[in-house]
Design a binder for this molecule. Structure first.
Ligand SMILES: Nc1ncnc2c1ncn2[C@@H]1O[C@H](COP(=O)(O)OP(=O)(O)O)[C@@H](O)[C@H]1O
Ligand SMILES: [Mg+2]
Length: 264
């Protein structure tokens, strides 16, 4: 089964979001399907991070519903919300690691906060997550001792600590050089293709979008809505919006990573 045929894990219905009486986006409707790499695009300040925070229940919508596995996260409370949140791993846009802690301690933190596992079991899980992102040998390093790309991978390992079914990444490749960025793309592809993770990513990096996205939506600040929803290559050729075609057409070819190459 391909991601396009899988059932929706997140369904956003008539979402209007903003702050106080300011409306940022009106009546958003879209679905994220199981196993899909779903990319949220849009100009700076269009509301990408805000949308992500609505999807993880951090902000309350002005209107609309956000269905996660059949339950509206915007109206879930207490124990239900806690259960729903445990199924989601998040790497925030500014979500740095704690500099005074080792990678192992950083990844162990969500386990300490949300489980009552014995210490040895927590350590074993944390080591397994570090292994998964290729940092098994760096468990006892502190963030300043490793590269920026490795720090991002460690942050992904931390987001995966509680074995979430959906992973949210806000601009994971920000600040990385193109080669390190492509490495991160390969990791993200591997998590989706071999572990079946559903991954929601905020990005504006074209090379990355064409390398990993099964589907993109594009937020438009002007019209306060979604101006594109679909496969990025098709949208680049066929979108009714000239600027969507221009945005996606801004850079092609050379820098692309072949999807097939990594999914094998
Ligand atoms: N907590 C908040 N309170 C008020 N305004 C906010 C808040 N968070 C974001 N905004 C505003 O909402 C708009 C969208 O922000 P954001 O979602 O961070 O955009 P993006 O991630 O697309 O760059 C910006 O104008 C920002 O200033
Ligand atoms: Mg943002």
């Amino acid at each position: 089964m391909t991601a396009a045929e899988a059932e929706p894990v997140i369904r956003v219905e008539g979402l209007t979001m903003g702050f106080d009486d300011f409306v940022l986006m009106r009546d958003l409707n879209f679905e994220v399907r199981r196993g899909e790499i779903f990319v949220i695009l849009g100009g700076s300040g269009s509301g990408k991070s805000t949308l992500l925070k609505h999807m993880i229940g951090l902000y309350a919508p002005q209107a609309g519903r956000i269905w996660i596995g059949g339950e509206d996260i915007a109206h879930a409370d207490g124990a239900r919300l806690e259960t729903m949140l445990r199924g989601m791993g998040v790497m925030y846009q500014m979500g740095a690691l704690f500099g005074s802690m080792t990678l192992l301690e950083n990844v162990r933190l969500p386990l300490e906060e949300h489980t009552s596992l014995p210490r040895a079991a927590m350590d074993a899980v944390a080591r397994a997550r570090l292994q998964l992102v290729g940092l098994g040998a760096f468990a006892d390093f502190v963030p300043s001792e490793i590269s920026g790309g490795m720090q991002k991978r460690a942050a992904i390992a931390r987001a995966m600590a509680l074995d979430p079914s959906v992973l949210f990444l806000d601009e994971p490749s920000a600040g990385l050089d193109p080669i390190t960025s492509r490495e991160l793309d390969r990791l993200i592809l591997r998590l989706a293709r071999s572990l079946g993770m559903t991954i929601v990513i905020v990005s504006h990096e074209l090379a990355s979008i064409f390398a990993i996205a099964d589907r993109v939506i594009m937020l438009d600040k002007e019209s306060r809505g979604i101006v594109a929803d679909g496969d990025p290559r098709r949208l680049r050729e066929e979108s009714a919006h000239p600027w969507v075609r221009r945005f996606l057409g801004g850079e092609t070819g050379g820098a692309e990573v072949d999807n097939q190459e990594v999914s094998a």
